[in-house]
Design a protein around this ligand. Structure first.
Ligand code: NAP
Length: 313
């Protein structure tokens, strides 16, 4: 079996930047992208306006395609496979993919990002794909001239709500407080949009519908009053949690549930295992910070491998 120098798990900005750097360093990285959703969260975004170097903005999927092309140009092997199991102890790390194939590597860069949070209310799972969605870019098109609601008060919720006004006749933005945490520019855009109506201090308690979503049961958190809002679509945009299920009981986590790394490095609690991007970041979570973090991991890997070679000599 070929033993890779470095296996990168994840194909968002962190994973692909780590791939570009390690490939340019001649390490011939293998990168495991997901079988169904390679490219990470930016694949579900439209215009990215704040990635440096693109004064006119760039579409999220286009940015990811360019990053991948750059990584492959320098010799990254991209595999569209899901990693099923990881054995990280010992000098050789073993990555087992969903078809049962084991791949060996001297180092691993773990860059699996984060997964959308669910509301955890009755009807949400049952109506997922039948009116309930986590991605306006993917599903917004199905709601032409329909009424939709978005839940959340951060940048994602405002971005989803604004995007949905292209299709929907009306967009309710339901938030549990009476102020948003989204950036000022995005807030202003939403406040000035006549199709968006804000429903403050309110939580969704149930998604109603048998085959398709028909309505939401809401509760006002100040008065305790309940009400029903008829909608055809519900977009949940309440943040995300680091995707760490593959390394539970192997790598140390922080109190926030991200992978613990040493200081400003990408070094995890196991030698030869590095982590980068949203999976280590509870605070910033931007495409550019994830990319920077992937660069750090690549450089840490280079140093680690150089040390191994020195020891062996
Ligand atoms: P976020 O900033 O964590 O915001 C999550 C929102 O959902 C908050 O308003 C929160 O309410 C609400 N929320 C959380 N749990 C909830 C629950 N169980 N029920 C109801 N509401 C709930 O997440 P995000 O908007 O996904 O953004 C994540 C990061 O990505 C941020 O750093 C953001 O700046 C960045 N981002 C940037 C852009 C951009 O620059 N274009 C676009 C998207 C995301 P509270 O406010 O009450 O806590």
């Amino acid at each position: 079996m070929t033993k890779h120098n470095v296996a990168i798990i994840g194909s968002g900005p962190a994973g692909l930047t780590a791939a570009i750097y390690t490939a340019r360093a001649g390490l011939k990285p293998v990168l495991f992208a997901s079988s169904v959703s390679p490219g990470g969260d930016l694949m579900n975004t439209t215009e990215v306006e704040n990635f440096p170097g693109f004064p006119n903005g760039v579409q999220g999927p286009e940015l990811m395609a360019q990053m991948q092309e750059q990584a492959e140009k320098f010799g990254t092997q991209v595999r569209y496979e899901d990693v099923d199991k990881l054995a990280l102890d010992g000098e050789t790390k073993v990555i087992t993919t969903a078809d049962g194939t084991a791949h060996e590597a001297a180092t691993v860069i773990f860059a699996t990002g984060s997964a959308y949070r669910k509301l955890g209310v009755p009807g949400e799972d049952k109506l997922s794909g039948h009116g309930v969605s986590w991605c306006a870019t993917c599903d917004g098109f199905f709601f032409r001239d329909k009424v939709v609601a978005v839940v959340g008060g951060g940048d994602s919720a405002i971005e989803e709500a604004t995007f949905l006004t292209r299709f929907a006749s009306k967009v309710y933005l339901i938030h549990r407080r009476n102020e948003l945490r989204a950036s000022k520019t995005m807030q202003d855009r939403a406040f000035n949009d006549p199709k968006i109506e804000f429903v403050w201090n309110t939580e969704v308690v149930e998604a109603i519908g048998s085959e398709e979503l028909k309505a939401l049961n809401l509760r006002n958190l100040e008065s305790g009053e309940t009400s029903t809002l008829e909608v055809n679509g519900l977009f949940v945009a309440i943040g995300s949690d680091p995707r760490t299920h593959l390394i539970h009981n192997q790598l140390e986590l922080t109190a926030e549930g991200t992978i613990a790394v040493q200081g400003r490095t990408s070094k995890t609690s196991i030698a030869g295992v590095f982590a980068a991007g949203d999976v280590i970041d509870p605070s910033y979570r931007q495409a550019i910070t994830a990319a920077g973090s992937g660069c750090v991991a690549a450089i840490d890997v280079e140093h680690y491998l150089a040390n191994l070679t020195d020891k062996a000599a």
